[in-house]
Design a protein around this ligand. Structure first.
Ligand SMILES: [Zn+2]
Length: 465
């Protein structure tokens, strides 16, 4: 069950960012059954190595000055890794660096990847630590030159041999299999999909016969999420039908989660996919607005999403999918707070001078017959509605919510005005275009909630225009 051809890999680099930093050393232990080959090379990163990293690894600038560049070793590395399981400790790091180095050369690199941190966590779930130093102690590994590429790659090979004995081949194979699990794609899909799906955040679209839009979904890991739809253990009827119907999959990568959520919400509304739960359109939305009909006398009026112009909303409450929902909620609030349903407009008034029915059963404090001052009733109504109050747009104009991925060194700016999502920009020219078309953007509840909650977290930088 475990692939025959293995490559234990370790890299040294100029830093932790696979986009900005470069490889300074590669160590590979190739294993084919009983045959073990090692390979080690310094790599000239084409830039200075920070002092603290020189100290950590012992790889100094003068050592790599005469070493080959990555471009010069790429061909040999390809030959050594081709068709092998790529095994590394915290493999996302090493795999990310190797992929990026090839990308700079205009080449693609892909391998089946096995992470020994995940492997260790799986096999020894009771152990709190799985870094290399902890594994050396726990399993009695013999380090010969910590923080040099080949020495660390060799530690992984030592670890592998320990695991073959304890917990043994069968348990090891099962843990490896669990990481490598490749789903069987539905027959109509192009197998190249497995190679192409990125592991980045974004939105994916399933198309069926005649290119009908079946489903729109989002994830912080497109590859994982899309493939999970086809996992062999999925027995859910809905998933099975989707897998049978899908003919083509599209995706849009985003920098982060908010971008994916906003795009998903927009694409679902625009495309009305067959298998998504239908989301309400803006026109159906409504909210209560308090209007002062006489001094101190506030009465609720139902206003539609469009009418309310939620952008500048001052005293709006709720945001309901339907008028019926709005009425039901107000009725419950009235009962809970002994407010008068007649004053609130929920019921027709009884005969003049007669209290409402609610008052007769002690559910209204009697504002309808002057037993409660109307000003007091209004004040209690406002307090009761407070929790439902819609937040007014806190800026004088549009803003950009900046979503950054430092690891990949990319950013996107989500342009929002009055809670309305205008679109996502990657440049100042994009921002300009979006602001020009601002008037066509609709207010909707999902976007309002998404943006409000992300603003509340305070993690995104806000850019004013
Ligand atoms: Zn009453």
């Amino acid at each position: 069950m475990i692939p025959e051809r293995l490559a234990f890999i370790d890299l040294e680099t100029t830093g932790a960012n696979p986009v900005r930093d470069r490889i300074t050393e590669i160590g590979v232990v190739e294993v084919d059954g009983d045959r073990v080959t090692t390979w080690n090379t310094l790599v000239n990163p084409g830039r200075p190595i920070p002092e603290f990293i020189q100290q950590l690894t012992g790889i100094r600038n003068e050592m790599v000055a005469g070493a080959p560049s990555f471009a010069e070793v790429a061909e040999e590395l390809t030959a050594r890794l081709q068709g092998r399981l790529f095994i590394a400790h915290n493999a996302r790091f090493d795999y990310g660096f190797v992929k990026n180095e090839y990308q700079r050369l205009g080449e693609r690199f892909r391998a089946d990847v096995l992470c020994t941190v995940r492997l260790s966590r799986r096999l020894f779930p009771q152990s709190p630590r799985h870094n290399l130093d902890s594994l050396i102690v726990r399993h009695g590994l013999q380090p010969n030159d910590r923080h040099r590429a080949l020495a660390d790659a060799d530690l992984l090979w030592q670890l592998w041999r320990v695991l073959q004995r304890e917990p043994g081949e069968a348990a090891l194979a099962e843990a490896v299999q669990q990481q490598l699990q490749r789903p069987i794609l539905p027959p109509h899909l192009d197998p190249a999909l497995l190679e192409d799906l990125p592991e980045s955040p974004g939105v994916y679209l399933f198309h069926g016969e005649d290119d009908a839009l079946l489903y729109v979904g989002k994830s912080v890991n497109l590859r994982q999420r899309v493939l999970s739809h086809f996992a062999a253990d999925t027995r859910a009827y809905k998933e099975m039908r989707l897998a049978q119907e899908v003919r083509r999959i599209d995706w849009h990568e985003t920098v982060g989660e908010l971008g994916a959520l906003l795009l998903e919400s927009r694409l679902v509304k625009e495309g009305q996919p067959i298998h998504n739960r239908r989301l309400r359109r803006a026109a159906d939305l409504c909210a209560w607005r308090l209007e002062e009909v006489a001094p101190g006398d506030f009465r609720p009026h139902l206003v539609s999403g469009e009418e309310a112009g939620f952008g500048g909303a001052g005293e709006l409450f709720g945001l309901f999918a339907t008028r019926r929902e709005a009425t039901t909620v107000l009725r419950k609030i009235a009962e809970a707070h002994q407010l008068c349903p007649v004053i609130l407009g929920l019921e027709k008034p009884a005969q003049p001078g007669r209290p409402c029915f609610a008052h007769q059963v002690h559910k209204c404090k009697g504002a309808c017959v002057g037993k409660e001052a109307i000003g007091l009733h209004s004040a209690r109504l406002m307090a009761a509605l407070a929790k439902l109050k819609l937040e007014a747009w806190p800026w004088p104009g549009p803003i950009g919510l900046v979503e950054r991925d430092d690891f990949m060194d990319v950013e996107e700016i989500h342009v929002v005005d009055g809670w309305r999502y205008l679109g996502t920009a990657k440049s100042d020219a994009d921002i300009h275009d979006l602001l020009e078309q601002a008037s066509t953007a609709q207010f909707d509840r999902d976007t309002y909630k998404l943006i409000r909650s992300h603003l509340g977290k305070g993690k995104l930088k806000v850019r004013r225009f």
